[in-house]
Design a protein around this ligand. Structure first.
Ligand SMILES: Cc1ncc(C[n+]2csc(CCOP(=O)(O)OP(=O)(O)O)c2C)c(N)n1
Ligand SMILES: [Mg+2]
Length: 316
């Protein structure tokens, strides 16, 4: 899939929106107007953007608590997202879920959850539904490297491979589970080889290149849509901010800033921006800033859930 000018502009706009939304969230966070923990994907956006660009609107996406990028790349409503973070009734989960529980059924984004790896079996269940109903839709599920250590990841791979379910597993390998690096967790980093033994094709992309991610995903999506069963891709990436919260954390002692440098130098956002002419880029950037300003103003003005709804939709 050689990207043309329209593709590049579309990918750039998606990357730019996600980056600027998360920067705006990080800016507002210290004011305490955002009522939930936030897990930013700044630096990792190309994974969601590259993969989701290959999906059809009817296809389904599932993500972890680090779900802003997937939600926005899939076309989730920005106002309802920011209202959710502000704890307002107009939020996607009525203001009661926050950043880790984004959901957008109108664009086929399943509900995210704070519990590591729980999105994986839900995605496989959704894939089983598509297969049994013959809808032709496929499912893409995003998961962290830490999530591959959960038993349910392996159960899900096995079941999906056995039943040849239409699901694309996408591991965003940012090298850390909170503060613990891979070398303290895995005897070998041959993740794709481990996964392939379940009987599904598995590929790894090491350089964070959004076009390479998109090409790999497009190939797998075509094969899954043809009924050839699930596929797995590992994309190496890097989280620029702390695990949870708006700040950099290179002073925390678990990773050096020098480790981030090659990833920051390889940032796909300016790379794509340089491939677009200045006038078009300015128009995109302006559109993004307007959407963000409107979403934050909407969230600010929105009402909190009414008192009588306090115990609705919660476990008590
Ligand atoms: C079942 C479960 N175990 C532990 C946790 C605590 N926890 C929250 S995030 C996280 C790290 C997961 O790392 P990874 O899957 O690599 O995702 P990343 O945060 O890097 O995107 C852990 C261990 C949890 N939320 N759920
Ligand atoms: Mg990780």
């Amino acid at each position: 899939m050689h990207p043309n000018r329209t593709d590049i502009a579309r990918l750039y706009e998606s990357l730019r929106l996600i980056r600027r939304v998360e920067e705006a969230i990080a800016d507002v966070y210290p004011t305490d107007r955002i009522k939930s923990p936030i897990h930013l994907s700044i630096g990792q956006e190309a994974v969601s953007v590259g993969v989701i660009d290959t999906l059809a609107p009817a296809d389904i996406v599932a993500a972890s608590y680090r779900c802003h990028a997937a939600y926005l790349a899939k076309g989730g409503d920005l106002k309802a997202m920011i209202a959710e973070l502000f704890g307002k009734a107009a939020g996607v989960a009525g203001g009661k879920g926050g950043s880790m529980h984004l959901i957008a059924p109108e664009v086929n984004m399943l509900g995210a959850s704070a519990v590591v790896a729980t999105q994986i079996p839900l995605a496989v269940g959704a894939a089983l539904t598509q297969k049994m109903k013959g809808t032709g839709a496929i499912v893409a599920v995003f998961l962290g490297d830490g999530a591959t250590e959960e038993g349910v990841f392996h159960e899900s791979l096995n079941f999906a491979a056995l039943k040849r379910l239409p699901v694309l597993f996408v591991c965003e390998n940012n090298g850390y589970s909170i503060h613990t690096p891979l070398r303290a967790r895995w005897a070998t980093d041959r993740l794709t080889e481990r996964v392939a033994t379940y009987g599904l094709p598995a590929a790894r992309i090491a350089d964070g290149d959004v076009f390479a991610i998109r090409d790999q995903a497009a190939g797998f999506v075509a094969s899954i849509r043809d009924g050839r069963g699930p596929a797995f891709m590992e994309v190496q990436t890097y989280r620029w901010k702390e695990h949870v919260g708006p700040n950099a954390d290179f002073d925390a002692g678990y990773r050096p800033e020098s480790e981030a440098r090659p990833w920051i130098d390889n940032d796909q956002l300016p790379r794509l921006g340089a491939l677009i002419d200045a006038e078009e880029r300015a128009a995109i950037d302006a559109r993004v800033e307007t959407a963000i300003a409107e979403a934050f103003a909407f969230a600010e003005a929105a009402s909190p859930p009414p008192l009588e709804d306090l115990l609705a939709h919660v476990h008590a």
